[in-house]
Design a protein around this ligand. Sequence first.
Ligand code: GLY
Length: 429
Amino acid sequence: MLKIKRVHKSFSCCCSPLQRRGVGGEVRSIKIIVLYFSILLLLAGTQSCKTVTGTLNVDKELAYCLQQVSKTLQPIPTDRSLPRCIASGQKEWRYVDYRDWTSGFWPGILWYAYEFSNQDKWKAAADRYSRSLFPLIDSSAIDHDIGFQLYCSVGNGYRLTKDEAYKAVLLRAADSLATLYNPKVGTILSWPREVPGVDWPLRHNTIMDNMINLELLFWTAQNGGDQKLYDIAVSHAAVTMKNHFRPDFTSYHVVVYDTATGKKVKGITHQGLNDSSMWARGQAWAIYGYTMVYRETKDLQFLDFAQKVTDVYLDRLPEDMIPYWDFDDPAIPNAPRDASAASVVASALLELSGFVEDKEKAKMYYDKAVAMLTELSSERYQSREVNDAFLLHSTGHKPNSGEVDASIIYADYYYIEALLRLKKMADTL
Ligand code: GLY
């Protein structure tokens, strides 16, 4: 069983016992000094102040992430090559170009590396790769993923630098995303193109993942963009809340709508096991998405809903807190895991724990997030010397045998985001 405490901060150099007591010549004092430095050595990492929560040393895990980022950065062929995944048993990243839906996560990771370390080398790399995505705004949105692509990269870049070039790109990206909104339905069309192997070609469809892209619309509405972007985001969240969930608050991956009337046709899956199963990452996007929508709207119906979609996920998690790729796979416990869903949820739960008024429930969410991050940081999930990613054991698209039990860039992105969130929370306690 994991031993998890709320949070305690460990030694800070500015309150060293040596400063308060003096060393003297006595054996006892020497023992204390030796003990003190031994503990410091034990906790040693790149930073002088440490954030430790339960058995999880957040600074150490962040330092580990930076080491892996260095290893990934060094051999990348060009600024147009973005690492996406490493297949199980392989060492090499598979690279994609800026049009891939995952293109924003690598620059986003570099921005987080910069945020943690304040080192210019990460800023320079993050800037370079963020700029390599700028061509995305030169053509109309080919799907909802423009939010993932540009908010995780350029969005973080703007947050940390206030570079006006980033802001201009984000404003245009949000307008582009909004062109996919269908007012009859009240949601964004996630896939405006034909999707292989489906029986609903070109009908209005909305996928759960699309919730994450609302953050770009909220941000834009608050940063000089059109106010109608806020209304679109709220409508998308509300209509999705109504149509995308079963009575037990588990999510369909896709909902197909009648494009002309806006009526719901059916709820189905694309990446999950079947139409009535709980696909782990889909539920993770719901947890993250509704937590973020509450942050942006302060509408309590979204906070209540975020807890409902979270609770069904937590109730059905295995003891080690890392979900199988789909909660209903009959092959469990021999089914693949999805560390990416665990990373997304860990990050979301930290935020959710700060919104929930019921102190016991808030602590439960916080503690579960810490437990997830503790397990992800173990030798069972960290890649370490196996490959250059942060994490092993994510599952991308099992039904088409894509990225099963792999290292995937978005697992790493939400893992480092969650560690940084935890560090900030722990440091302010
Ligand atoms: N947004 C695609 C996925 O979660 O796999």
